[in-house]
Design a protein around this ligand. Structure first.
Ligand SMILES: [Zn+2]
Length: 110
């Protein structure tokens, strides 16, 4: 059961390995998969330090940049309380998956 969006958008300014300078990044936080950083200037993305593969397709960079800038606009100023509430909601969703209320947890071998 999903009660909250699976990702949370955050604005960050950080050095971009591709651009070789500080850039605006939209961070797509996903509790169980790690945060993905996408550069708003070059469109490259990284998750846990690994750059995502670049699509073998003309125009992908222009599209990736447009998507990143749209998400940057949607993210708005960082709200720590909203982010924490979102993380809590994600954790609660997982606890429902792991131990549903109607399932009785018993010792192994019983
Ligand atoms: Zn960049």
């Amino acid at each position: 059961m999903m009660c909250s969006p699976p990702t949370f958008l955050i604005r960050r300014v950080a050095p971009c390995h591709n651009c070789q300078k500080r850039r605006r990044f939209v961070v797509t936080d996903a509790v169980w998969y790690g945060a993905t950083y996408t550069c708003c200037a070059c469109g490259d993305s990284w998750t846990e330090g690994e750059r995502h593969p670049r699509p073998f397709r003309k125009g992908w960079r222009k599209e990736a940049i447009a998507r990143a800038r749209k998400k940057w606009a949607e993210a708005g100023p960082y709200n720590r309380d909203a982010h924490r509430a979102w993380v809590r909601a994600q954790v609660e969703d997982l606890s429902l998956v792991l131990v549903p209320k109607d399932v009785k947890v018993t010792e192994a071998g019983q």
